[in-house]
Design a protein around this ligand. Sequence first.
Ligand code: E4P
Length: 231
Amino acid sequence: MKLFIDTADIEEIRTVARWGVLDGVTTNPSLFARTSGRTYDEVLKEICQITDGPVSAEVVADDLDGMLREGRHFAGLADNIYVKVPMSETGLEALSHFRAEGIKTNCTLIFTANQGLLAAKAGANLLSPFVGRLDDINQDGMIVIRELVSIVEIHELESEVLAASIRNPLHVTQAALAGSHIATLPFKVFQQMIQHPLTDKGIAQFRSDWDKARKALEQSRDQAAGARAGA
Ligand code: E4P
């Protein structure tokens, strides 16, 4: 499963890239709003210099002309931009235009398998069901991931399922087991995936045993040298 980071924070993206586990980036207007001092274009261009994986840039227009104008503009910023289009009647129409123009897309705000099926048929390269926001309203968001992965496989659709709105490491494991092609994670979830108390305890124990062994070796060598000097 490919792992994307769900952020517009450059330092977070650089950090995960350094770990060697970064396959792409998703942004949205809310994530961009958490950055400051730069335009969305500037942030996107810098992200595309850090990774050559897909970088999602979301349109905010709700009319077709606006979506097409914004999407074409984003697609012109870098080769690895994927235009993020919300699920709606207009969104589907925009997706089919972008497909005809060879512009890569990510259909966002998917909450049912049927929405995902429609997005795939309209030509979306990536289908983004939101797991966490469904969990928030007491619905099992992972069901949509499982259903959509099955639909894509059964009907040999070309789209990839991107598990979005991931809130914790368990979501990542469940999405991977469900066969999701991609998951996009907040930086915090990447960190949580690394951490385990037994790993920390094990590292401390190995360090302590290593130090003890070195001290014991030094002592036995000192004693041997002392014995030789006294002989
Ligand atoms: C992904 O592309 C979305 O921007 C993101 O995963 C939404 O996550 P949220 O529900 O935590 O805002």
